[in-house]
Design a protein around this ligand. Structure first.
Ligand code: CMP
Length: 137
């Protein structure tokens, strides 16, 4: 079914001028960009967004990274958009990501991995609402 997901071009990919290439991959793969904004996350915004990872040992590092520069936040839509965007991104660790995936192409390591994508319908709903309040999911 047609569904929406939430995506981020993370600070590392923005720093390396990969915004355009990543958006092109998204569009080439048939996903529609329904909302898009460039922003520099504050600490509370990043912490709230990643609240499910609060107890993880890498939480501090993750928030530090996500707040170090601007990123691009987006709502994507399409057939099975959640799974499709995750497939297109590849594995969380770029070293384990398949050839041609965003993280293989543009990610550096498990922390600096170029992009984010929602892992399910409930997370997509929360994440879209976190960055696009009032957006009709
Ligand atoms: P993301 O999909 O944005 O969701 C949680 C993020 O935590 C994940 O991508 C990774 O970038 C990050 N992450 C996961 N494992 C580690 C780790 N071992 N060290 C640092 N960051 C991590």
């Amino acid at each position: 079914a047609t569904e929406k997901t939430f995506a981020i071009v993370k600070p590392d990919a923005v720093e390396k001028n990969h915004i355009g290439a990543i958006l092109a991959l998204i569009e080439k793969n048939g996903l529609k960009i329904r909302a898009l904004r460039m922003m520099h996350m504050s600490r509370p915004i990043a912490e709230g967004f990643y609240h499910v990872h609060k107890a993880r040992p890498f939480f501090g590092e993750l928030v530090e990274f996500m707040t170090r520069g601007p990123c691009v936040v987006m709502v994507l839509e399409g057939e099975n958009a959640i799974a499709k965007w995750r497939e297109l991104m590849g594995a969380t660790d770029p070293a384990k990501a398949a050839e041609g995936t965003v993280r293989k192409l543009y990610g550096a390591n498990v922390g600096e991995n170029a992009t984010h994508g929602s892992d399910g319908p409930d997370t997509a709903k929360f994440e879209i609402g976190w960055f696009f309040p009032g957006y009709d999911v």
